[in-house]
Design a protein around this ligand. Structure first.
Ligand code: SF4
Length: 231
């Protein structure tokens, strides 16, 4: 039996049990119904501009990235044009977002490699994507999913939190949550589940306080400390 919290002290959070496998699909379908038009909130017009936007989105909001890329992509929307723009030219457009100096260098260098090794095209292959500067597993997963229709799961801060908080895919690190989601979500739902989970984490199952009282998936969620409606 768990010890009662000391008087005046908040009860420590309780551990979420894993969601039973049979409940994963109805949980995901409830999110699908809530977010029927789910798509990436980053602005892009090609696999290349998507790749650049995702590289820029580390430690920045999608809205902040969209403000920066509006001008950047007007100046350069292809790898060759980005190389011609150069690091200082890219930096001029992205100074408002976090880590802009390193990101400007990565964007120009990855563009140079696309021109030199991939005919100016974004490769639809994980190893080739992850070999580009500034591109890790998460970025590759987003590009493979959104630009090339592959059933990948990019685990960002929202998806990592939801995987553990709801019990849908418990895991100690991002890779463990990714593997659990890929294993447990039916293949036909996996590609779009990425967007549904992110939107739910952003707007309802928020980091500091989930809004469980208005959650469409509450009946399947295993979070033991669901929040009541505000008084
Ligand atoms: S019930 Fe609460 S914790 Fe569970 S998914 Fe919904 S908002 Fe998140």
């Amino acid at each position: 039996m768990s010890k009662p919290a000391a008087p005046g002290k908040p009860r420590p959070p309780r551990k979420t049990p894993a969601m039973p496998r049979a409940e994963v699909e109805p949980f995901i379908r409830a999110l699908a119904a809530a977010y029927p038009d789910a798509r990436s909130e980053l602005d892009y017009s090609s696999p290349y501009t998507l790749l650049v936007a995702v590289v820029l989105s580390a430690q920045a909001t999608d809205a902040g990235v969209n403000r920066a890329t509006a001008g950047l992509f007007r100046a350069a929307a292809t790898p060759a044009a980005m190389v011609a723009l150069g690091v200082d030219g890219v930096a001029h457009h992205i100074r408002s977002i976090g880590l802009w100096q390193g990101k400007a260098k990565n964007v120009v260098e990855l563009s140079r490699r696309l021109v030199e090794h991939h005919g100016g095209e974004v490769p639809a292959e994980r190893a080739a994507l992850e070999a580009l500067p500034g591109v890790g597993r998460k970025t590759a997963n987003v590009v493979l999913n959104v630009a090339f229709g592959q059933a990948t799961m990019a685990v960002d801060t929202h998806i990592f939190r939801l995987g553990n908080r709801t019990g849908v895919a418990p895991g100690k690190n991002e890779r463990a949550v990714e593997d659990a989601l890929v294993k447990r979500i039916p293949p036909a739902l996996l590609r779009d589940a990425h967007h549904w989970l992110i939107l739910h984490g952003r707007y309802v199952c928020k980091a500091r306080k989930p809004e469980c009282w208005r959650c469409v998936a509450a009946q399947w969620c295993r979070f033991p400390d669901k929040s009541p409606p505000p008084r």
